[in-house]
Design a protein around this ligand. Structure first.
Ligand code: HEM
Length: 271
């Protein structure tokens, strides 16, 4: 309420929303403080004496460095760009990426599974592709890894179609022209809302910076689910003959998710 009509801010105090917001903030802030403090404790000067932080004593280019270490590097090291991030900025970036990256990816996975349950032929075709791509010597490893994904064009098509049908953030963050402009001979007035068709990751300067990371994440998760398990169709949701087994009604939140939780039985596939 405070954001929409500041003079009605007292309503938020009365309903307890303000106190709840503060408690949530303190819990999240405390968690981020602990994560950063934990990373700082594990870092110590590298053996080369170059001042580059070393993690777990395993050397400066240790694989175990994570996103928080990279942010702390920017904070702690001399860098040519003269960029230095304070602890508050580091916390804000972690929250931004965490919030933007988790709900969206798991939502796409949920929609893909729901659509596949309602399209058994496509499910069979995709499962055959996934299992075929890691047949032979790779089958011993019993896991789909990033190297296999190039052999799965249908998997990418399924995920792309899932995001076209159920873009997790369909309204994006609104864009409008800032001034009157001319485009290909057409005049576009200031404040015109710009509309695209299928842009699940948004577009332009504020487009999703995690798109390149999200694609293999969702592909790997879906491919592994389909490789290791068979998925018997659930009983139709009360709509009678011809009703698809999974109800695809949507509910809005930070991302658009399935209204009814997707509960499936996973039957392990032993090859
Ligand atoms: C399938 C998964 C994902 C989808 C569908 C998705 C979609 C989007 C969309 C639509 C936006 C708004 C873009 C705009 O307004 O034009 C966005 C923003 C953003 N995404 Fe993603 N995203 C996904 C995964 C990720 C991942 C894995 C990360 C990070 C690891 C991430 C980080 C971000 C960040 C930081 C922003 C805010 C960019 C800004 O400052 O405006 N996203 N994402």
């Amino acid at each position: 309420m405070r954001e929409v009509s500041p003079w009605l801010g007292w309503v938020d105090t009365l309903t307890g929303l303000e106190a709840k917001t503060r408690r949530t903030f303190e819990a999240l802030d405390g968690l981020l403080e602990r994560v950063i403090a934990d990373h700082r404790r594990r870092r110590r000067p590298g053996p080369g004496g170059d001042g580059r932080p070393d993690v777990d004593g395993a050397g400066a280019d240790d694989d175990h460095r994570d996103f928080v270490d990279v942010l702390l590097d920017v904070n702690e090291m001399d860098n040519d760009a003269g960029l230095r991030l304070g602890t508050d900025s580091i916390k804000a970036i972690i929250m931004d990426v965490f919030a933007a990256g988790t709900d969206t990816s798991s939502t796409v996975l949920g929609w893909a599974m729901a659509e596949l349950m309602n399209h058994p032929d496509e499910m069979r075709r995709l499962q055959a592709e996934v299992r075929g791509a890691i047949a032979g010597k790779d089958a011993d490893r019993r896991d789909v890894t990033e190297e296999h994904l190039d052999r799965m064009p249908y998997l990418k098509a399924v995920i792309s179609e899932t995001m076209r049908l159920h873009a997790p953030a369909p309204l994006l963050i609104p864009r409008e022209t800032t001034e009157d402009t001319e485009l290909l001979g057409h005049s576009v007035p200031a404040r015109t809302r710009v509309d695209f068709r299928s842009v699940p990751f948004g577009a332009g300067r504020r487009g999703c910076p995690g798109a390149g990371f999200a694609a293999p994440t969702v592909e790997l998760a879906l491919a592994n689910l389909l490789y290791h398990f068979d998925w018997p169709a659930p009983t139709a949701h009360g709509g009678g003959v011809g009703t698809p087994p999974v109800d695809l009604s949507e509910v809005y939140g930070l991302s658009v998710r399935l209204k009814t939780p997707l509960i499936l039985v996973a039957k392990p596939w032993l090859g």
